[in-house]
Design a protein around this ligand. Structure first.
Ligand code: FES
Length: 323
């Protein structure tokens, strides 16, 4: 694990209607203390009364140390987390949140950035836009939505455009397939050194990934806020010997076993959140083994040294975990 797992007790200072079905929640320390710093693209786990835990991207400017702001779309077809957030949380309530984690960092080596948001996927990209503006890095933020009524943060994005003319652009399709942003044309020609970042619902993610297939490796970055449907269920694990480098303990992972369960059985309780390879809470270093990763967050470089315990499969006879 790469982050402290202590939770923060924060107070909801403000709830704003940002668009039809979208509220923003401003979370601050009750004693007005500074909050742990975050970088653009980071998210927090919001622990809801009753035990639900949901991940939400921070959408405010990372230079702000007094607040975290999240944007939540009320999803009537979702698993219930966003409905609970909308229907039960009130200004003044105390909520528990994790420290920010970032699996969707801006890259330092880019000369310009292209940000493409689908719906509520605007949240991490808005934070990135604030950081890019601060850094003086040229960028375009393309916001795809059904209509202006469901497009959030309009005032802030208009202000962004005032400070960096042409940086924020809206594309409304009114629900008509093919009537919105022409991704292929946009991604066909971009200045050398540009990095692409996108976030949105599954169909949008697929369309962006396909349109960016010809981009250079390492220049395309994305974050799913919902695990894509897997073409096939994850295959069961085969047995392996699991060593722990910090404690020099060793366990046998049985055929069909699960790394998290194995550790739990031996009293090693690793924090988890999404359980689907999306959030990075269970990210752990490893060595001396081979892994089928199955996550949606690690890049090729990270996969050489890290795995996510919730969905990774060990494919070698043994592995060492940095625990
Ligand atoms: S619990 Fe989220 S990646 Fe494993």
């Amino acid at each position: 694990m790469t982050e402290p797992d202590t939770l923060l007790d924060l107070q909801i200072r403000q709830i704003r209607l940002e668009a039809t079905g979208i509220h923003s929640f401003e979370l601050c320390a009750p004693d007005h203390e500074r909050l742990p710093a975050f970088t653009a693209g980071a998210h927090i786990d919001l622990h809801l009364p009753g035990g639900l835990v949901r991940q939400y991207s921070l959408c405010n400017d990372p230079v702000e140390t007094h607040r975290y702001v999240i944007g939540v779309l009320r999803d009537v077809n979702g698993r219930g987390g966003s409905r609970q957030v909308h229907e039960t949380l009130k200004v003044g309530d105390l909520v528990k949140v994790s420290r920010p984690r970032n699996q969707f960092e801006l890259q330092p080596a880019q000369t310009s950035a292209l940000l493409i948001a689908g719906g509520i996927g605007i949240t991490p990209l808005k934070s990135m836009a604030h950081s890019l503006l601060q850094a003086g890095t040229p960028f375009e933020l393309h916001y795809c939505a059904r209509s202006s009524e469901v497009a959030a943060f309009t005032e802030e994005l208009v202000d962004l455009n005032r400070r960096a003319p042409g940086s924020a652009r809206w594309h409304f399709d009114q629900g008509v397939v093919g009537a919105g942003l022409d991704l292929a044309t946009l991604l066909a020609v971009q200045p050398a050194g540009t990095h692409l970042y996108f976030c949105g619902p599954p169909g949008f993610m697929k369309a962006c990934a396909q349109a960016a297939e010809h981009w250079q490796p390492g220049t395309v970055h994305s974050e799913h806020f919902q695990a894509p449907t897997r073409a096939e269920p994850l295959a069961p694990t085969t047995g392996a010997s699991v060593r722990l480098s910090a404690s020099a303990r060793e366990f046998v992972l049985p055929d069909g076993g699960n790394l998290l369960e194995l550790l739990d059985q031996h009293g090693i309780h690793v924090p988890t959140s999404c359980m689907s390879g999306l959030c990075g809470t269970c990210k752990t270093g490893y060595a001396d083994g081979e892994v089928e990763h199955n996550d949606f967050i690690l890049d090729d470089d990270e996969k050489q040294r890290c795995l996510t315990l919730c969905v990774s499969r060990v494919t070698s006879r043994s592995i060492t975990l940095h625990l």
